[in-house]
Write a protein that binds this ligand. Structure first.
Ligand SMILES: *[C@@H]1O[C@H](CO)[C@@H](O)[C@H](O)[C@H]1NC(C)=O
Ligand SMILES: *[C@@H]1O[C@H](CO)[C@@H](O)[C@H](O)[C@H]1NC(C)=O
Ligand SMILES: *[C@@H]1O[C@H](CO)[C@@H](O)[C@H](O)[C@H]1NC(C)=O
Ligand SMILES: *[C@@H]1O[C@H](CO)[C@@H](O)[C@H](O)[C@H]1NC(C)=O
Ligand SMILES: *[C@@H]1O[C@H](CO)[C@@H](O)[C@H](O)[C@H]1NC(C)=O
Ligand SMILES: *[C@@H]1O[C@H](CO)[C@@H](O)[C@H](O)[C@H]1NC(C)=O
Ligand SMILES: *[C@@H]1O[C@H](CO)[C@@H](O)[C@H](O)[C@H]1NC(C)=O
Length: 839
């Protein structure tokens, strides 16, 4: 039970490599991934620790540089200057680099580092100066430093400088020199109070001397990786183990422990039996004999180890009956065994004869990179506690796993997770039928195979996780999967589109991986109510919309980096509003792809203005602005009589149009009225009681707007009609007239006609004296007309009124009606332009 829980815990941590817990779990993760030191994936993990934006990363590796350039941007967070030829590092290029967090300078032939370099870089957390020619371990006292790699240099001793006492945050330290062959008692003293969790020591050579107690001083050590050979010096190795026991380190890793042709026995690990704190042990890059293995495993079986790994070892069967391990008479702690990378010294199948009790507690077994093409089913399938079987990276085929001599009914009694990744498995329907026999199987990994879809598949109901990544399957793959699946990995399977119909097959789906495909759009109607994590990185997606995420209410992880994002309003919501704690790969993997002006820009640095992208905000801003502008223009308009001018312009345009239309018709026209009377409403009493009766009494026909205007027609049209069909236009001028809008139109129009057709068609009656200067400027024309034209003044005196009527009537007499008409026709036909001073 203990084994099981531990394994689950480790797994959970290794999948959530979040910044905060990265360092804390390095010890565990590093054993899960034994090639941690060289692993590219881990360098990436370190990047997340330091880098907030791609723009702040400078890669100057492989540039044939002989010095560090002086003009580095001050906000540089990551600098890789490896693979150049820089013997001396001086402080000058680093002044100002106060953000520098990650400095990598390997393979440069570096011999000397000026102490001033690090006074300029207080934020440094990762320093990798491995693979250089440093003759001394340099003085470093950076408080923030977490990871320091000084391996593969040329210092002659492992004596740590006193300044290392100040590395209070140091977590991982790598030390190694091919010319340092002894470890002295006081070498690690400065590290005694540093919270160092992981020490990697050595350069792969054998040691001359190890002073007992040297390593025992590292009190907080959890993981220790020893990169040294102990051929024939087992006493020294014993002393190392005794000291590691004092540190209470839980994970040990021994690399190149024995080279070829080395005389050792399993007794070397006798101390393991009394090391109660060690849980994980890894043996890497080593030759191993079956005779050594027998002795070694006896110690392991009597130890407190949970987890034993062999990585990249050459196996030599020197005992005639192969590997024998038949009897056991005590309880066994070991529950996890890994063989990762087995090279066989002999070209034959190894003989393994092991008692079932010895491995009865085994919950985890990995047999990888061993060239296996047929599984030893009689051993593997009967392990009573086995929950995880990892046979990845072998040469297994469908027939090599389910071979005829292995009747798999009622076997693998507790198997829950099976990995067949990186093999040669093929027909999916065949595999689905075989899994029916594995009654407890929950998770199956078929990634990196040659899987094809032939017939319908029938999956057992308890199987909920299937990994099919890196098989060429295409869009139809969803039809071959089970509705019980909760976790599906379809990375790099040639999918070009995913639809809601595809997803609706899996009501319980919680994890979906679609990385490395060619998906262009996530449909807006996507709905997966149970989905917790979605991977769509490395596709052809240009934006992730709010609508898509609305259909995924429980989503906790969205990996969408390395897509060709369009930096426009489409990405605005994603960049500004989406909670980035959802995105494990933010911001490093998100860059703009189009438009070209933003290409390569980190999405986190793309600034869309909220204003240009949010509709409601646009409206909220635009409406007041428009109102203010309109108000301002309105005011200006009002002040400058804009309304009047505009209306006049409109009228003028209409007149022009009518003029053209009518000109050729005019020949047959006769006037309907002697006069059109234009007056202000306020003067209608006078017009109604005096003017109209008097003129109509003299048999003049009049057009009076209250009476003769055609109802329903536009008033301007009415005016124009009346003016045109009247011989003269009579204006009753008063203060009210000047103020009346309509009267102004009438005057304007009549003026126009007067100019273009009949010069003397205007008759003005002045009801009351109007000082010409009191007229507004826009009545410039009226002012000048009043000055020029004779007008009739309405006298208060009754006798004078007789004269008034007489002269008015004479003005309205048509001397020669037909001649007038001819003139009108001629004049109208060449429609003279309106004099500009009017508008
Ligand atoms: C330092 O760089 C070397 C060479 O690239 C690499 O193998 C090693 O893993 C790096 N160390 C760390 C701690 O990343
Ligand atoms: C560095 O020098 C080598 C040979 O001297 C040359 O082949 C290579 O192109 C140079 N690299 C750069 C980045 O200049
Ligand atoms: C390891 O330490 C324990 C006490 O913590 C002790 O009993 C045991 O003998 C030690 N083992 C070795 C190999 O020193
Ligand atoms: C391999 O076995 C031989 C004896 O057959 C032994 O002398 C030698 O030390 C062993 N080598 C290793 C690496 O265990
Ligand atoms: C595997 O181990 C051998 C020594 O046994 C070593 O030469 C080789 O470099 C190792 N391979 C890897 C990938 O570490
Ligand atoms: C258990 O095995 C050890 C050696 O492997 C032996 O000394 C001891 O007598 C055995 N005990 C019993 C009860 O068989
Ligand atoms: C984002 O989500 C996390 C966890 O879901 C939460 O702790 C955090 O407060 C959220 N941040 C914002 C800005 O809403």
């Amino acid at each position: 039970m203990d084994c099981f829980h531990r394994r689950i815990k480790v797994r959970a941590q290794s999948t959530h490599t979040i910044v905060a817990s990265l360092i804390g779990t390095i010890a565990i993760v590093s054993l899960m991934q034994p090639d941690w030191v060289a692993g590219r994936q881990d360098e990436r993990g370190l990047l997340i620790l330091c880098v907030t934006s791609r723009q702040r990363m400078k890669d100057l590796s492989h540039q044939n540089l002989t010095t560090v350039p002086l003009n580095l941007p001050n906000d540089t967070e990551y600098l890789d200057i490896s693979h150049n030829s820089i013997q001396r590092l001086s402080g000058a290029p680093f002044s100002g680099l106060s953000w520098l967090c990650y400095l990598k300078m390997t393979h440069c032939g570096l011999q000397d580092i000026s102490p001033s370099v690090f006074t300029h870089t207080p934020a440094l957390k990762v320093l990798n100066i491995s693979y250089n020619d440093l003759a001394l371990i340099p003085d470093i006292s950076l408080k923030q430093l977490k990871i320091l790699d000084l391996a593969n240099n040329l210092y002659s001793s492992y004596s740590i400088p006193a300044s290392f006492q100040k590395l209070t945050n140091l977590d991982v330290l790598s030390l190694g020199s091919t010319v340092a062959s002894s470890v002295n008692f006081n070498d690690f003293d400065p590290l005694a109070n540093v919270s160092l969790h992981h020490l990697i020591l050595g350069a792969g050579i054998g040691w001359q001397k190890y002073d007992s107690g040297a390593l025992a001083k590292l009190k907080s050590l959890q993981t220790f990786s020893l990169f040294a050979s102990f051929c024939g010096v087992s006493k020294m190795f014993d002393n190392v183990l005794v000291d590691l026991n004092v540190t209470r380190a839980t994970s040990l890793r021994f690399i190149t422990l024995f080279p070829d042709k080395c005389s050792v026995t399993g007794k070397m690990f006798n101390n393991l039996r009394t090391m109660p704190f060690v849980r994980n042990l890894t043996i890497e890059n080593t030759w191993i004999n079956s005779s050594f293995m027998e002795g070694f495993l006896k110690n392991v079986w009597l130890s407190h180890l949970y987890d034993l790994s062999f990585v990249n070892f050459t196996y030599n069967e020197d005992t005639p009956d192969g590997f024998q391990f038949r009897t056991i008479n005590h309880t066994v702690n070991l529950c996890s065994i890994t063989f990762n990378g087995v090279h066989h010294y002999q070209y034959k199948y190894p003989i393994i004869n092991i008692s079932l009790e010895a491995i009865s507690n085994l919950t985890y077994l990995k047999f990888s990179r061993s060239g296996m093409n047929i599984i030893p089913c009689k051993l593997f399938s009967v392990l009573p506690s086995l929950e995880t079987l990892d046979l990845s990276d072998n040469l297994l085929t469908n027939a090599g796993f389910w071979w005829f001599k292995c009747p798999y009914t009622s076997v693998f009694p507790k198997l829950r997770r099976l990995s067949l990744s990186k093999n040669r498995f093929s027909s999916l329907s065949f595999i689905s039928e075989q899994t029916q026999q594995m009654k407890t199987l929950e998770s199956l990994d078929l990634s990196f195979n040659s899987i094809y879809l032939d017939r319908a598949c029938s999956w057992p109901a308890q199987l909920t996780e299937l990994r099919l990544g890196n098989n060429n399957l295409g869009n139809s793959v969803f039809k071959y999967l089970s509705s019980h699946f909760e976790s599906i990995d379809l990375s790099k399977t040639g999918i070009t589109a995913v639809t809601q119909k595809d997803l609706s097959r899996f009501p319980k789906l919680t994890h979906l991986q679609l990385s490395f495909n060619s998906i262009q759009v996530l449909p807006a109607d996507l709905s997966a109510p149970a989905l917790l994590s979605l991977y769509v990185d490395q596709n052809a997606i240009t934006s992730v919309s709010k609508e898509v995420l609305a259909g995924l209410p429980r989503l906790q992880t969205l990996k969408a980096g390395n897509n060709p994002f369009v930096c426009s309003c489409d990405s605005h919501w994603f960049v500004t509003t989406l909670n980035k704690s959802l995105l494990p790969d933010w911001p490093l993997d998100y860059t703009c792809s189009t438009p070209p002006s933003f290409e390569g820009l980190s999405l986190s640095e793309y600034k869309t203005s909220e204003l240009s992208c949010e509709m409601w905000l646009q409206a909220a801003v635009a409406v007041p602005v428009i109102i203010i502008i309109s108000a301002a223009m309105g005011l200006l308009f009002y002040k400058c009589d804009g309304v009047w001018y505009t209306k006049m312009l409109w009228v003028w345009i209409r007149v022009k149009r009518r003029g053209r239309k009518r000109s050729h018709l005019l020949k047959n026209l006769s006037f309907s009225y002697h006069a059109f009377i234009s007056y202000s409403h306020q003067d209608s009493d006078w017009v109604g009681s005096q003017l109209v009766p008097s003129l109509e009494g003299a048999r003049f026909s009049l057009c009076v707007h209250e009476r003769d205007f055609v109802p329903g027609e536009w008033i301007i049209d009415n005016i124009i009609n009346c003016v045109e069909s009247s011989y003269k236009t009579l204006f009753v001028l008063s203060k009210h007239f000047v103020q009346s809008e309509w009267c102004n139109y009438e005057l304007f129009f009549a003026q126009h006609r007067a100019m273009s057709v009949q010069q003397d068609s205007l008759v003005f009656i002045l009801l009351e004296p109007i000082p010409t200067d009191s007229l507004p400027k826009k009545f410039l024309r009226l002012r000048s007309l009043l000055r020029q034209q004779t007008y009739l003044e309405w006298p208060k005196d009754e006798r004078k009124q007789q004269v008034f009527w007489a002269s008015l009537k004479s003005m309205l007499q048509m001397a020669d009606k037909s001649r007038v008409l001819k003139d009108v026709a001629l004049a109208l036909s060449d429609t003279a332009p309106l004099v500009t001073d009017q508008v």
